[in-house]
Design a protein around this ligand. Sequence first.
Ligand SMILES: Nc1ncnc2c1ncn2[C@@H]1O[C@H](COP(=O)(O)OP(=O)(O)OP(=O)(O)O)[C@@H](O)[C@H]1O
Length: 310
Amino acid sequence: MIELVDLSKRYKQTEAVKKVNLFIERGEIVGLLGPNGAGKSTLISMLASLLEPTSGDVRFQKKSVLRNPQPLRKVIGMVPQDIALYEDLTAEENLHFFGRIYRLKGKELKKKTEEVLEQIGLTEHRKDIVKRFSGGMKRRLNIGVAMLHEPELIIMDEPTVGIDPQSRNYILETVKRLNEEKKMTVLYTSHYMEEVEFLCDRIYILDKGNLIASGTKDEIKDIISLERALSIKADRWENEFVTKLKGNPLISRIHVEEKEITVIVPREVNMFSAIIQIAEETGQELNSVNRKDPTLEDVFLHLTGRALRD
Ligand SMILES: Nc1ncnc2c1ncn2[C@@H]1O[C@H](COP(=O)(O)OP(=O)(O)OP(=O)(O)O)[C@@H](O)[C@H]1O
């Protein structure tokens, strides 16, 4: 359906996107994963022909859209990161307003508005002023606006940032449902691994403007099949314990959080006893040491040496 070919964007000093190649097939949910500043917003703005690339091409049904973006624009619904709604209007009034921009009117506009309110779970709040909505409700309405003209492809730029868990789940379920029932193709960007793992058929991982991995979840997790991730848990860390782990030559990657340390080690090495020994030597009390099934988060740590949300 859509193909990006060697797509790049440079803003003065910053190379925000570097020669990215990516494709989206009809009916897929594709995840674009990367930490803040990785270039996700820049990439999807170029894909939606809202931003001109420095070089490379965007193709829709095998034709370049750079000179002729209209056919692509017609089938795209874009959910921006920033909420774009009229705060003093009700949910329904907002949908009517944006519906008219999409040239919907009369009975059709009414019908689409009702359908969208139902899909985003805001039917009961249709007459409420948006100003009084929670952050999560506003986001849901923002998604509703992008769905009014029944886009074939919906692009969502981190739609769950800064909202409560309940709204977040609601949004994730809605995306799944739209894909299954309406056969909507979805490009979903996020820096939350678990969202992408839950939703997406295929995943692209972007870091500092470069695509560093792509494939199905299993393919991506296979990247670290020669290694394994171990989780070490404790209430607090002794500095010396952490220093010794960091200095251990068998540990290729380490990520330290308040109560959990994740280490990546070669598959054939039995690190359990070594970790317990280091703990004994340094007076570190441990709650547990467990082998973890690799998550996409671990893959990112493996590939970049950094955690996604550092
Ligand atoms: N208009 C702009 N002018 C100059 N630099 C920019 C502009 N927009 C983005 N950048 C830079 O390009 C890089 C990629 O930014 P982008 O917003 O695409 O990343 P992102 O992955 O979407 O991150 P976030 O989740 O924080 O939005 C960053 O270094 C950013 O500072």
